[in-house]
Design a protein around this ligand. Sequence first.
Ligand SMILES: O=c1ccn([C@@H]2O[C@H](COP(=O)(O)OP(=O)(O)O[C@H]3O[C@H](CO)[C@@H](O)[C@H](O)[C@H]3O)[C@@H](O)[C@H]2O)c(=O)[nH]1
Length: 326
Amino acid sequence: MTKSRRILVTGGAGYIGSHLVHDLIEAGHQVVVLDNLSLGRKENLPPQAQLIVGDIHNESDLERAFSQPVEVVFHFAAWKAAGESMTNPTKYAQNNICGSLQLIDACVKHQVRYFVFSSSAAVYGDPQYLPVDEKHPTQPVNYYGYTKLAIEENLRWYSQLKGLYYAALRYFNATGYDIKGRVKGREKNPANLSPVVMETLAGERPIMQVFGNDYPTPDGTGVRDYIHVNDLASAHILAMEYLLQNNKNLTVNLGTGRGHSVLEVIRAAEEVTGKKVNYQIVDRRPGDPPELVASCDLAYELLGWKAQYSDLKTIFKSMMPVYLVE
Ligand SMILES: O=c1ccn([C@@H]2O[C@H](COP(=O)(O)OP(=O)(O)O[C@H]3O[C@H](CO)[C@@H](O)[C@H](O)[C@H]3O)[C@@H](O)[C@H]2O)c(=O)[nH]1
């Protein structure tokens, strides 16, 4: 039996956070969720999780979240309009960088020693080589990636100055829904490929766009490393255990090491659902690299973690109950 711990999950009612909360509760932990419900949903949470509707920017909400001792913080909360990161950088920085610093400060004040942060492959920018490992230069090409990197760097300083140990988990393309069906609420305003494919299949979009088919990839469409949200959740638990056991920081990629093109993704969805995706090829989306694939050796070496549910068929099977309810 693992020890039951008191854990705070910011953004725990959101897409990735809620999957982790279910796993933490099933592992016997006591979970407090701090979520402003702007993107999260109450119904995503198991009844055992304690929900505090509040914000990481608000001191009194943070005080409520830390009213009882917390051992580990998982930080998912973010202002997610990633597309707006370039057009509205000030708001983006205020929400994401400043909010995270307020949370980190509160952690230090309340003697939390372990912090797990949702970072992103976006910290690397355009890949200079593939697969991208953790030694790859960090040169973000959008403000979203920059904010993630800025928070990682702040965590490194706080770690040196204040003895907070952190894990920065750099997700590649998060996808899928709970294979156990525990999370039923859809992600709000999704813009990523797999939900767009599912919305098109569900008839909610008349047609979807494939951004470019003239990339230097096998079929000309963009290649990404899709990682199932349940695999992400299990990596978070292993990262927490790593911090608790080793008192050492951790920065790792979370992906599969395999890339799939947009057309491959569409075909897999068609095969799993037995329906045709209506799509059109349009121009490339500015800023998209042709290919982004993770090297995941370090996560395997340090955490013993490897993706289990991230093949395209399992991904789309897990999305069907959420998108194709009869
Ligand atoms: O309607 C769509 C949506 C996407 N794509 C393509 O599908 C691939 C995946 O795109 P998307 O799902 O938007 O993800 P990325 O642009 O790869 O970015 C994701 O992955 C990054 C990390 O690598 C994260 O930081 C971002 O938050 C997350 O959106 C790319 O080739 C896109 O050009 C389309 O063709 N049509």
